[in-house]
Design a protein around this ligand. Sequence first.
Ligand SMILES: *[C@@H]1O[C@H](CO)[C@@H](O)[C@H](O)[C@H]1NC(C)=O
Ligand SMILES: *[C@@H]1O[C@H](CO)[C@@H](O)[C@H](O)[C@H]1NC(C)=O
Length: 423
Amino acid sequence: MFVNLATLSFVSGLLFATGRAQLTGSVGPLTPLSSKTKICSVLDYGGSIGSSDIGPAILDTFNKCVLVNSGSTLYVPAGNYNMQTWVTLKGASKWAFRLDGFITRTSTTGGHMIIIQNANDFEFYSANSLGGFQGNGYQCRNAGPRFMRMVTSTNWSVHDIIMVDSPEFHLIVQGGSNGEVYNMVIRGANIGGSDGIDISGSNHWVHDVEVTNRDECVTIKSPASNMLIERIWCNQSGGSAFGSLGIDTAISNIVYKNIYTNGGNQAMMIKSNGGSGYLKDVTMQDFISRGTAYGLVTLMYTRSSMTRLAGNGVQLSNIKFTNWNGNVVDGVQRAPIALICDDLTPCTGITLSNVNMWSQTGKAVYKCESAFGSGVSCIKSGTASSYAVVTVTPTQPSGYTTPTTMAGDLASGFPSTATIPVP
Ligand SMILES: *[C@@H]1O[C@H](CO)[C@@H](O)[C@H](O)[C@H]1NC(C)=O
Ligand SMILES: *[C@@H]1O[C@H](CO)[C@@H](O)[C@H](O)[C@H]1NC(C)=O
């Protein structure tokens, strides 16, 4: 997993040319690391290996060296550091942050340990594949910082970083465009509020990521357009999702592909209850899931767990599910296919092909409500008005084969009350 693919972002332009239609252009930094040769080391700005707070040195290095030298690399050399002062690194372009050291959170202040804001032509990476964060989240669960937030940045990448047990979410991408996230290992606790990657913006590519936690694996937030999410291993994770979708949702042209989910909550869930706007032109293909609680779930399944928002519901249209093979723990208790749409705003163009979802108990139901499209017996064709929930009792799909176990699957998640080991 931890192959160092420092050059991949430059290859991605080529891949795009061969048919990554949902991306609108190249992603990643505009210039290679070889043109970011001015080394700005934290050791020259008050930092030291073993430091009890590397935060001020990172900020000083950024202000006094990165901001005044185009083509620079902020360097945190290999070694262990503690951090208790959070930093916002704002407004630089043509730069890199090379994190070869490993940073442990020691303060419970909220916010984000590192915010990168309005960066352009930027690369955040570890050259030795040892760089990352330990949050010891069990010490301040949901009452401490998140690790990292990329805010409205363009032409950037984050790769080869280890993230272990953030007190809250691990990596958040907020808006921006042309980002690439790859070769990441994220280990959160087997508990809610431990999101792996939450992403919004346009033309972002997330690939080759493994997430172990009990909340979102890689989740799309609004607004989002032209994203490709592929080769994701959700190891005892909450699973993939869209949402929660709210008022004025604007999500389009998304592809999820080659997603493997072992255990946890769901293979894919679109979370919404009320609200407005749209989610359209989405393809979810080549999903394998094993022993999830929920399977493929569209909209409104959150009815019971999410307070209804103002608005008649988010319009879902042209959503394709292709080549799925998976099972849920108990397919009668929780339908492995549940297309539950808003009666005020029925879903249209929901197309399932070669979707083989089953139950470990050998018995399942599928459910549809106000969903229009094709490919499962409970769905209605056309675009008529709402209909009440239809429950069917299918036999085992002929294309279903019990998905094989992957080496490295976790039998249960990481502890929420003790240290999570660093991979
Ligand atoms: C980001 O890169 C694209 C080319 O891929 C370029 O058109 C755009 O201007 C860049 N953004 C900035 C802020 O330089
Ligand atoms: C899943 O967890 C197991 C146990 O920690 C680990 O060996 C394996 O590498 C993990 N797989 C992924 C993809 O994280």
